[in-house]
Ligand binder design. Structure first.
Ligand code: D6G
Length: 823
């Protein structure tokens, strides 16, 4: 029999083949086409399979080593993995990018077309999912034995199109063309139960008999770290019917009934975040969470038992990270497995769980803290609800022993003992975890002061900060080859997995030759961005303008509406003084670029998109304005689009209401690529200020405590508007139809929101924002000063590598070894 060892040696022989030969072999034997008939996508698959072959060797090797060394494993459970395209990532990490490009070109093909003929895997909403993807890259790079667990959604986040400036949603279908990276593992399959009833025997041992069950089937993707030697796994679960279709029903002609069970089961992994405005939608979302969490825990324990024979010391060998509360059901699920399947007492099961699980909080917004109706829980998860009641009982005793007041305890239990209506997942995750982390210093501090104040008093050592980071492979090396090349020329390529080495370019910030080269790279990236805008919107951009970019989910707290209001103000100012004679300086040309999706049911966010497009229609077609101002909304923002937008921007908009953006990671990507930041003291902007220095970042506006104070006393925006002719003009234009073809009702909700309540403090921050923008206009006209700051941003952003974040999680939370921990 051939052992795995032999297989790897065989593979090594294969890998002595020139890369191009392997691609051609795959084109013929895996894709089944010859050169004359192959299309770009066929070539993409052939190249992907060729690089995948090389990854598999490291993958099997890593798997073997981790087992042999019994290395502590880390499981990252996340409802979202926003991985985007993988081909360039994998070619880069395996060191095959130039060879692949040369080969593709030698076949007379366009390199970009072939490399990009891969659908983005958009299995997430935004930052949280992209963070999970960066963490996968960094766990592999730093040698953490990490495994990502999530859902293999058939349809990722919707495709956004515009109709008359309004967002439309269309289903996305990334799997239609297949996924070259995945390996189906039909032998790795688990039953996930829902509903039913629980019985207890004479000894109190519980038996849960679910009313229905579905199967979770594993699909694995190898995730190679930098230089490809350590390869981890992203395991995504797909749902299928438990048991086979009833053939009798089918043969009796009732095809629909026969198919029904199958359809219902498969619905679980059908779409990312199904609408939750119906009871059925809510039930489906909860089932998705249980589905992937339970499958992941079962899989992790199956693997654990290949090395150990009991679960007493689970937390010494395994660390589980819950990315937000979506997998918080892991707390009662792990306790259930320990108690009901392995005979542990409740107390011991809770202890083991609290040694194993860790929870990352991503939001302080009360409405975003997940909670489920208790009735729904009872219906779907009767045994878990019993366990949650046990957790609450135990927690009550713990809290009393620590001297907490009865009312305070009621407020932080999983289920409020008197209201009995909701299962509060944040409290559940907190109480069941060993460590709870925030994602930036400010966010962690605010967690302690606000949402988790009382829980923090009880467990003062539980909350810990881990500031987010971004992978420098995707977010510098791959998306900005010009800048990456320039840096490597100066300081070598050690920065790629040791990003703080970028500091070595700081002394070059004022060096004329280096500045010139850096500017040339920025110009080329701006041209690439302008080409994309031209192709997708038909708008021609002047690349001498400041490219001012805000890309992220559309949300009131992120304040795209403040940005577009500033565009209106600038438009008005240019109209009133076209040559800038009155103000005494010519206008600095500016392009305002927006991209991002609004949640389908979030009307106000959709109205902001419409407003951006309405303003664009007026401004871009006004001959008085010309190139001085352009407004662009790029539809269907995704990871691949960000890879063009970020290197091509001069200015990064990070203008959330202070206290509302937990961290941000877009802010880091822009600064790393040499865009200057205009931003509030919010999320990781605060730490970026510390690192790049106050001369090199442009901070304005209310601070988190000032925002909280204004919100608390319900301060009205009218006082500010009364004294601001600029704001008055904008408000009256929004009500007189200037930007809405004379329609006066379109922005009524907008005006009420901003003009009457302004919870997100657009009005009090507006003047400071405007002033800072004009200061940046002036600075941009002094190219030397601007680029000195841009270079210093690149040089000083090294700390924001997700490699640093992951090492810190490994040391401080997971207690897991990595390449630099010396274990
Ligand atoms: C991943 C990597 C592959 C390994 C497989 C099974 O697909 O090399 O053989 O996992 O590993 P366990 O799930 O049995 O640990």
């Amino acid at each position: 029999m051939t052992t795995i060892k032999h297989k790897i040696d065989d593979a090594k022989d294969l890998h002595d083949e020139p890369f191009g030969d392997v691609v051609l072999r795959h084109l013929i034997y895996s894709v089944g086409k010859d050169k004359t008939h192959a299309e770009a996508r066929d070539w993409n698959v052939a190249v992907s399979l060729a690089v995948r072959d090389r990854m598999v060797e490291g993958w099997i090797d890593t798997t073997r080593h981790v087992y042999a060394r019994q290395q502590k494993r880390v499981y990252y459970l996340s409802m979202e993995f926003m991985i985007g395209r993988m081909l360039e990532d994998n070619l880069t990490n395996l060191g095959l990018l130039s060879e692949a490009k040369e080969f593709i070109a030698s076949q007379g093909l366009d390199v970009e077309t072939v490399l990009h003929a891969e659908q983005d895997a958009a299995l997430g909403n935004g930052g949280l999912g992209r963070l999970a993807a960066c963490f996968m890259d960094s766990m592999a790079t730093t040698g953490v034995a990490g495994m990502g667990y999530g859902i293999r959604y058939q349809h990722g986040i919707f495709r956004q199109t515009l109709e008359d400036g309004w967002q439309m949603e269309e289903p996305e279908d990334w799997l239609f063309e297949g996924n070259s990276w995945e390996f189906r593992r039909p032998e790795v399959v688990y039953e996930i139960g829902f509903g039913g009833h629980v019985t207890h025997d004479a000894d109190g041992k519980a038996t849960w008999t679910p009313a229905e069950s579905v199967q979770a089937v594993a699909f694995d993707m190898p995730i190679a770290g930098w230089e490809g030697d350590h390869v981890n796994t992203l395991r995504l679960w797909s749902a299928r019917q438990s048991g086979m279709m009833n053939l009798d029903t089918f043969n009796d002609g009732d095809f629909m009934a026969a198919a029904r069970q199958q359809v219902l089961a498969e619905t679980i992994s059908k779409v990312l975040y199904p609408g939750d405005h119906t009871p059925q939608g809510r039930e489906l979302r909860l089932k998705q969470e249980v589905f992937f969490t339970s499958a992941s825990l079962q899989d992790m324990l199956r693997r654990f038992f290949t090395n150990y024979d009991n679960l007493d010391n689970l937390g010494d060998h395994v660390a589980v990270q819950l990315n937000d509360t979506h997998p918080a059901i892991a707390v009662p699920e792990l306790i259930r497995i320990l108690m009901d399947l392995h005979g542990y007492t409740f107390e011991r099961a809770l202890e083991i769980t609290r040694e194993t699980l860790h929870y990352t909080n991503h939001t302080l917004l009360p409405e975003a803290l997940e909670k489920w109706p208790k009735d729904l829980f009872e219906h779907i998860l009767p045994r878990h609800l019993q366990i949650i009641n046990m957790i609450d009982g135990h927690f009550y005793q713990e809290a009393m022993a620590k001297g907490l007041d009865h009312h305070i305890i009621a407020g932080i239990q999983v289920i409020h003992p008197h209201q009995q209506d909701w299962v509060r997942m944040g409290n559940l995750a907190f109480i069941g975890s060993r460590k709870v982390n925030g994602v930036s210093a400010l966010h962690t501090e605010l967690m302690k002061q606000t949402v988790f104040h009382d829980l923090h008093t009880m467990y003062p050592d539980k909350i810990i900060n881990q500031t987010n980071g971004v992978t420098p492979r995707r977010w510098l090396l791959e998306c900005n080859p010009g800048l990456a090349g320039l840096i490597t020329e100066q300081i070598g390529d050690g920065w790629i997995d040791d990003l703080e080495q970028l500091q070595k370019i700081a002394p070059l910030a004022t060096d004329a030759a280096f500045q010139k080269a850096y500017r040339a790279v920025k110009s080329a990236n701006k041209q690439r961005l302008a080409d994309m805008v031209q192709e997708r919107t038909g708008i021609t951009l002047n690349t001498d303008a400041i490219f001012d970019t805000q890309i992220k989910r559309i949300h009131e707290y992120k304040r795209q509406h403040m940005n577009i209001m500033e565009a209106i103000a600038l438009y008005n100012a240019i109209k009133a003084d076209p040559e800038g004679t009155k103000r005494g300086a010519a206008w600095q040309p500016r392009v305002k670029i927006f991209a991002g999706k609004a949640a389908p049911s979030y009307f106000f966010a959709k109205l902001i998109i419409k407003l951006i497009n309405d303003v664009a229609a007026v401004v871009n077609n006004d001959p008085d304005i010309g190139d001085k101002l352009k407004v662009v909304f790029l539809p269907n923002y995704n990871v691949s689009m960000a890879e063009v937008l970020i290197p091509g921007s001069d200015l990064s908009e990070q203008i959330s209401t202070a206290g509302f953006e937990a961290s941000g990671t877009g802010n880091m990507k822009f600064a790393l690529n040499g865009a200057l930041t205009i931003g509030t003291l919010d999320g990781a902007n605060v730490e970026m200020l510390d690192h790049v220095g106050e001369d090199n970042i442009f901070i304005f506006g209310l601070k988190a405590d000032e925002v909280a104070e204004r919100q608390h006393r319900r301060a009205r925006p009218s006082e500010v508007i009364k004294n601001s002719p600029m704001l008055q003009q904008i408000m009256s234009q929004l009500s007189d139809g200037t930007f809405s073809d004379g329609e006066t009702e379109r922005y009524r909700d907008f005006l009420t929101n901003v003009g009457d309540h302004d919870y997100f403090q657009v009005i009090p921050d507006f003047q400071a924002y405007w002033d800072m923008q004009r200061q940046l206009d002036g600075l941009y006209q002094n190219a030397e000063a601007w680029f000195e700051k841009a270079i210093l941003n690149t040089a000083r952003m090294g700390w924001f590598s997700s490699d640093r974040t992951i090492r810190s999680y490994a040391d401080q939370i997971w207690r897991a070894p990595h390449k630099m921990s010396g274990t």
